[in-house]
Design a protein around this ligand. Structure first.
Ligand code: AKB
Length: 317
């Protein structure tokens, strides 16, 4: 039976991935870990094992892997795009050293699979912006993007050189209500829902017509598990797959919310995050993921907006 370690389990993806994996693999077989305890880690610890872990501490990571006889790791720790620009050296250290710790351990202990998330941030201003292909020009000009592109090259290297079974996804902006994201450029598309309900007013840090690729979290979780469960022989990409779902601008999202909350108002005050967004694609060509492992998103914009508003209303009530 597989034993799965999720590193960074209390974050936006981990907080939803852990319960989904526990449903499939059993509570005791999915171990959550995070750098500090929080209400989210306490909630996850009620459902199964939890270990405090600073992933920069390779020895402690090794102890946990040995203790639980871990066979798979989902390494979800990252400093996101906007935060990375504020402290580039720290972001590089956390994003890259943590990845090396996981890859080296996977090589030494012959772990069966590693999942590592890349991002649309790995693309750059010279990349074709519409229906961005899987293989194309990649010249990211953000610290986060440089670390994601370097990470993609490294995970593929470990597959080619050491046969470490690495898998990854270039996530678009992820939209969820359970945990709010922190430090990203696509975060506006989550914050806007909370502010629409709380204050009826949102100050958006991107321009109204900035189209970016986005995805509802349920689709991201389904796609991630689907990729990890696909047979080795079907996968041609060992760095990270392009996945597409939604593409919208702040004004398009605003109109959808306003239809449901008529008094909702928005103002646009672009800041440094506009430059990051302008360097990213507006939509993604994910035909390889669709062909190789059957990726297909289930949520359109209206369905996502309905769920976000009703769940956040319940949460804030
Ligand atoms: C960010 O905005 O930094 C992330 C991402 C697109 O990877 N959400």
């Amino acid at each position: 039976m597989d034993k799965i370690l999720i590193i960074g389990c209390a974050g936006q993806i981990g907080s939803e991935l852990v319960p989904a994996l526990r449903k499939i693999y059993g509570n005791d077989n999915v171990i959550g870990s995070d750098i500090k305890t929080s209400p989210m880690t306490e909630e996850l610890a009620k459902g199964g094992p939890f270990e405090p872990l600073d992933v920069l501490n390779a020895a402690r990571l090794g102890e946990i892997v040995t203790k639980y006889r871990v066979t798979q790791i989902y390494h979800l720790v990252a400093v996101l795009s906007a935060l990375s620009e504020k402290d580039p050296r720290r972001a590089w250290q956390i994003n890259m050293d943590s990845l090396f710790n996981v890859l080296e351990l996977a090589r030494e202990k012959k772990l069966s699979k590693i999942f590592w998330p890349s991002s649309i941030g790995a693309f750059g201003p010279t990349t074709p912006r519409i229906a961005t292909p899987q293989m194309t020009v990649m010249e990211p000009n953000t610290v986060y993007g440089i670390s994601k592109l370097a990470g993609e090259r490294w995970v593929e290297y470990y597959w080619n050189k050491y046969s470490v079974d690495t898998r990854g996804i270039r996530y678009p902006g992820l939209i969820s209500y359970k945990t709010e994201p922190g430090g990203g450029t696509t975060d506006y598309a989550v914050d806007i829902f909370f502010e629409a309900i709380k204050s009826g007013h949102y100050k958006c840090f991107l321009k109204e017509d900035t189209h970016l690729p986005m995805m509802f979290m349920d689709d991201a979780i389904t796609g991630t598990i689907q990729l990890m469960e696909t047979g080795n022989e079907k996968l041609s990409i060992r760095s990270a797959y392009n996945l597409n779902s939604l593409s919208f601008s702040p004004s398009e999202l605003y109109e959808k919310i306003k239809k449901r909350i008529p008094h909702f108002r928005i103002e646009y005050k672009p800041d440094f995050r506009q430059g990051i967004a302008d360097s990213w694609p507006a939509s993604i060509d994910d035909s390889i993921a669709r062909k190789e492992w059957g990726w297909k998103p289930a949520y359109d914009l209206d369905k996502m907006v309905d769920i976000m508003l009703s769940e956040i209303k319940k949460k804030l009530a």
